[in-house]
Write a protein that binds this ligand. Structure first.
Ligand SMILES: [Zn+2]
Length: 434
């Protein structure tokens, strides 16, 4: 084995050179060729945060050599307790580059080479993603995971009718939240996808401005008011720096005063941080467990040395070490993997504003600011402001009046295109009036 990297990965090579009762005998061929697949697999890790650091280390120690990592963030001092590839001196530097350099220095002798890509995942196109055999996502936000999921589905060539297997790139997706975590394997078009399970995530909490301004009831409302209204009044045009303790202290004190005015208990510095940063508490051991599960799947996907997770594993660490695995079913009307159109029945007299609200609160879409266009042009556009203002007059118009305007703003039943910052791809919507 010395020509394959010596005994350094002896533990992994032992698995890959012996028959296994668990492996599919038609797919798994123990021996040097399989070890070769592993070493030649090009893996992209998305996110170099809490999960990403663990994933990179696990990949390098599991015998992967061609590892890439993409992340847009720089290192913050609050990352250091768990993102163990970073040190005090790295604060302010980019996560992807520091993580890559650390692994290369520490584990380079195992053959691991990590290449860093600094930027948003949306900055890279299909040509970039097509280079990889598999992706592992350790992301902390749903929008980015939806984008990645949709992009990999778009990349599957279906021109012959059936998906071309050579264009399918597996996505191994992990997420953690406090003591809870999950790992799943998404094989585009074959398994359920990220959007199929969107109903399982609670919708992002956005408090309506009228509530936070006029009838605050929760401590969160007071914090939001301090951020959205008071900050702008006191520091017009200046962006709140969520990583600055001075800024956060200011927000906290304003929120506390407001809470006192309305007799609302519970505003603490901790809560302020949580609301402002939408912090999901991170626990290092949860990240370690989930990353290990993800990399075990990567090893199996790359070598067929065992059955791949089918397809969703949940870890619940609140009360013990408990996991639950089940096949998450494909959703037939999934917009991403099912290619479905959304149809909505709306009363004739309902307004465009009500239609937008309905889209915004749709549990399996989770849109934030939907814009709609028809074959005749813009129905409504959220941005830029100047364009939005041109179309605002339609918001209170009834759908019936919009379809009967001269020229019609849209026609009943036609394919409308919906775009939204939360939406990875365009969505086709048909509106029927009743
Ligand atoms: Zn789906």
């Amino acid at each position: 084995m010395s020509d394959l990297g010596g005994q350094k990965h002896g533990h992994v090579y032992r698995v890959l050179t012996q028959n296994s009762p668990f492996a599919d005998p038609d797919a798994f061929e123990p021996g040097a060729d399989t070890i070769g697949y592993l070493r030649e697999s090009k893996v992209l890790v998305i996110g170099a945060g809490g999960l990403g650091c663990e994933i990179l280390k696990d990949l390098a120690l599991s015998g992967f050599t061609d590892i890439h990592v993409i992340d847009m963030d720089t290192i913050d001092v609050t990352n250091l307790n768990r993102q163990f590839l970073f040190r005090q001196a790295d604060v302010g530097k980019t996560k992807a580059e520091v993580a890559a350099a650390f692994i290369n220095k520490r584990l380079g002798h195992l053959g691991a080479k990590v290449t860093a890509h600094v930027g948003k995942i949306q900055d890279f196109d299909e040509t970039f993603y097509r280079k990889f055999n598999l992706l592992i996502a350790g992301l902390d936000n749903i929008a980015a995971r939806r984008w990645m999921n949709a992009t990999l589905h778009d990349m599957v060539d279906r021109t012959s009718g059936e998906p071309d297997p050579s264009t399918i790139i597996p996505l191994i997706d992990g997420g953690t939240e406090g003591f809870k975590g999950q790992a799943r394997v998404i094989i585009p078009t074959m398994t359920s996808c990220f959007d199929c399970s969107l109903d399982a995530f609670p919708p992002q909490v956005n408090y309506p401005l009228c509530t936070i301004a006029e009838t605050p009831r929760l401590p969160e409302h007071c914090v939001e008011y301090a951020v959205v209204v008071l900050w702008e009044q006191r520091f017009p045009g200046q962006k709140l720096n969520r990583d600055s303790p001075a800024d956060m202290q200011w927000v906290y004190e304003q929120a506390k005063d407001r809470a006192a005015t309305f007799g609302i208990p519970g505003v603490t510095y901790q809560l302020t941080m949580g609301v402002v940063k939408r912090i999901i508490p991170a626990i290092a051991s949860t990240n370690a467990l989930i990353a290990a599960a993800l990399v075990a799947e990567a090893l199996k996907v790359a070598t067929y040395c065992g059955p791949v997770l089918n397809n969703y594993m949940m870890y619940m660490g609140q009360q013990g070490v408990y996991t639950h695995t089940f096949p998450y079913q494909k959703k037939e009307d999934c917009m991403v993997c099912g290619g479905a159109k959304l149809t909505m029945k709306r009363p004739k007299s309902s307004t465009l504003q009500e239609l937008l609200d309905e889209l915004g609160s749709h549990p399996s879409l989770q849109l934030s600011r939907p814009s709609i266009s028809s074959t005749s042009g813009i129905v409504f556009m959220q941005n830029p402001k100047a364009i939005r203002e041109q179309h605002e007059y339609k918001l209170q118009m009834s759908l019936k009046d919009l379809t009967q305007a001269d020229p019609p703003v849209f026609s009943e039943g036609e394919d409308l295109i919906v775009t939204d910052p939360m939406l990875p791809t365009k969505l086709t919507l048909q509106v029927h009036l009743e």
